[in-house]
Design a protein around this ligand. Structure first.
Ligand code: CDT
Length: 322
């Protein structure tokens, strides 16, 4: 029997620093309404979807940034989103800043059943940027200041989603998409659908070398398309886009199939819903042939992947004596 699932990437235009959750949640509810009109069963919202990308703002005392975090979901402010999901029977992925009851802070994504129950939680592992104010940068990227490294690994769960029956779902967040190790850990759990949100600036703001602007989107798509192909899964990658607090985010949300092909792509820098009908059976070809991990992986040769963090210099070649 064909397992079909209609999914959407619900790209958000910019959310300015001065705008509250009433603004962002209202926009997300409207995207949910559009998703319902198009028969969507799963909606994927971006990373840190409820607010501006606040890690660009430095606070000496991180407690001064506490307003950006969620301590409970749903909350009074996010309740309309959960009500829309229930009303339209749509599961959804939401990126948010999480502050736990014991005061820990994570860059988190939740996958929610239409009932509002959280099916799966993921906390971002690959935090980019820096911890302290960096005077070399024109714009700060302080994820390492505001978040701890995620402590949940890369979980996958098999859960009923829409009319497809059980689906193996997993999540990555933004910078994670650039790390093949993260995709492979999901692949090793037979993931079928990877949901990921991102906030990626159009310019490399490190100011430490040249990177042509047009390569920013290429690197994002290249990473997602390769991740889906090499792990025989679908990917829904959703951006926050446009000029947020004076800083440009490149958008270009995409939905990708297990062949690595882009099935749908956003073309605006605004709130935009892109959709695709997934045939989950497409995951079978890759995982039973070229990426049949049980048949072809060679873990005895992969020791460096988990045994070493930074790159080492190779041995020097020397001509053999005589
Ligand atoms: N949010 C996020 O992870 N953004 C990064 C850009 C980092 S630039 C220091 C990304 O990989 O898209």
């Amino acid at each position: 029997m064909t397992r079909r699932l209609t999914v959407a990437a619900a790209q958000l235009g910019p959310i300015q620093k001065a705008e509250g959750r009433d603004v962002s949640v209202g926009r997300m509810v409207r995207l949910m309404e559009r998703a319902h009109q198009r028969g969507v069963e799963v909606v994927v919202f971006p990373e840190l979807a409820l607010t501006t990308f606040f890690p660009r703002w430095y606070e000496e005392d991180i407690a001064a940034a506490d307003d950006w975090y969620e301590t409970a979901l749903p909350s009074n402010q996010t309740a309309p989103l959960f009500e829309a999901a229930r009303k339209y029977n749509i599961a959804f992925h939401l990126g948010y800043a999480e502050k736990t009851p014991d005061g820990r802070r994570f860059n988190t994504a939740g996958f929610f059943h239409p009932s509002g129950e959280m099916v799966l939680k993921y906390r971002k592992v690959h935090l980019p940027g820096h911890k302290d104010y960096d005077p070399v940068r024109t714009v700060q990227h302080l994820e390492k200041r505001y978040f701890e490294v995620g402590d949940l690994g890369f979980p996958v769960v098999r859960a009923p989603v829409g009319g497809a029956g059980p689906v193996n779902v997993g999540m990555l967040i933004c910078n994670d998409r650039r790390w093949p190790e993260a995709w492979r850990v999901l692949g090793l759990q037979s993931v079928e659908l990877v949901m990921l949100g991102y906030n990626t600036p159009s310019l490399n703001q490190d100011n430490r070398g040249f990177e042509a602007h047009h390569l920013r989107v290429l690197h994002s798509h290249l990473s997602i398309q390769a991740g889906c192909y090499q792990n025989a899964c679908f990917g829904v990658a959703t951006a926050k886009a446009g000029v947020e607090d004076g800083h440009e985010l490149f958008g270009h949300s995409i939905i990708v199939n297990p062949q690595g092909e882009i099935m749908a792509q956003a073309t605006s820098w605004d709130d935009e819903l892109i959709t695709a009908d997934l045939d989950l059976g497409m995951c079978e070809l890759g995982r039973s042939t070229i990426f049949n991990f049980a048949a072809h992986r060679r873990v005895e040769a992969y020791g460096r992947i988990t045994g070493q963090t930074g790159a080492e210099a190779p041995q020097d070649w020397a001509p053999s004596a005589g």
